[in-house]
Design a protein around this ligand. Structure first.
Ligand SMILES: Cc1ncc(COP(=O)(O)O)c(C=O)c1O
Length: 303
């Protein structure tokens, strides 16, 4: 298993609906929409060196997801930022931390699917944990292709960052059973969409390529990699990538807030045969990604 229990997290405090409590005391109602139907939206954030990375972009996506789901009375940005900063201070957390921030549709007056049963505003859960990047970003990970397709706008738009993650979880189970670290999910046409919890890129020749965001979350990290390539005038584009093009890539990597930039060493038993150019380009992207922290971070006020 990639992640283990971290003793440092034994006594962390979390935010639940306006209160900061010890993790063992944190409770949400059985009438909460996230319990009833996974009816919630969320963001994963990272804290580096006293700052929250890409906070604005994550909040933009959170508000967009909540708007698409027709959440009512969504708390204003200042409220969420204030709650986050207070909690990080309460935990004395300023580095090496991952935060899972969830906005649920809130409590229902009785169990049921209908959002009109929600008569008290969204619920806010903020869970910060000590968590270094979860994958081995030096040697890379082994990946298998899942039989579970990533959903698309015909069924459930992957652009909403919602808590209905069952298809990704089923894909992860397939990876676990195959002894791999992650599962590549395809779109309904058989082209690569993303890994079960991260976006995917390949480098082929001099081109940095990633699937269109039709069937994947448009990840903040994915966006940063594309932005870096644009700024540096490095050849890049979004593309339909078949499995053969994935197997024969000169480099493959996953991107996400939780794991950062993770090389894929093997896909369905095929070793990714890394070229010198692609390794150099990946290293350059990693350096530029770290440099983005200086310009895209929000200070956590010190008490
Ligand atoms: C399905 C999925 N894909 C990709 C990502 C990576 O997105 P980001 O770079 O914004 O963390 C996530 C992160 O939560 C995810 O859940």
């Amino acid at each position: 298993m990639l992640q283990q229990f971290n003793e440092r997290n034994r006594d962390i405090k979390v935010h639940v609906n306006g209160k900061i409590v010890h993790r063992d005391e944190a409770r949400i109602s059985v009438f909460d929409s996230v319990v009833q139907g996974g009816d919630a939206v969320w963001e994963g954030l990272r804290i580096y060196d006293g700052k929250v990375f890409c906070l604005d972009r994550h909040l933009d996506r959170l508000y967009a997801s909540a708007h698409a789901m027709l959440f009512q009375d969504v708390p204003p940005r200042e409220h969420i930022i204030g709650a986050l900063m207070d909690l990080l201070q309460a935990n004395d957390m300023y580095d090496d931390v991952h935060v899972r921030l969830t906005l649920t549709r809130g409590e229902k007056i009785t169990s049921g699917m209908d959002p009109r049963l929600n008569q008290s505003g969204p619920g806010l859960i903020i869970l910060p944990e000590w968590k270094p990047p979860v994958y081995d970003n030096k040697t890379g990970i082994s990946v298998i292709t899942s039989a579970i397709r990533r959903n698309n706008p015909q069924f459930l738009d992957s652009k909403i960052h919602h808590n209905n993650l069952i298809n990704n979880i089923l894909a992860k189970i397939q990876a676990n059973e195959a002894g791999a670290s992650a599962a590549l999910m395809l779109d309904e046409r058989g082209f690569a969409a993303e890994l079960n919890g991260t976006n995917v890129f390949v480098i082929r020749g001099e081109q940095v390529l990633t699937p269109y965001a039709h069937n994947c979350l448009p990840g903040i990290t994915r966006g940063l990699v594309l932005e870096i390539c644009q700024e540096q005038s490095w050849a890049h584009s979004q593309a339909d990538l078949s499995l053969t093009e994935m197997y024969t890539a000169d480099f493959a990597f996953g991107t996400g807030t939780m794991g950062e930039l993770t090389p894929i060493s093997k896909l369905d038993g095929r070793e990714i045969q890394v070229s010198a150019f692609a390794q150099m380009r990946f290293d350059e992207i990693c350096d530029a990604f770290v440099n983005k922290r200086d310009v895209l971070s929000t200070d956590i006020p010190r008490q």
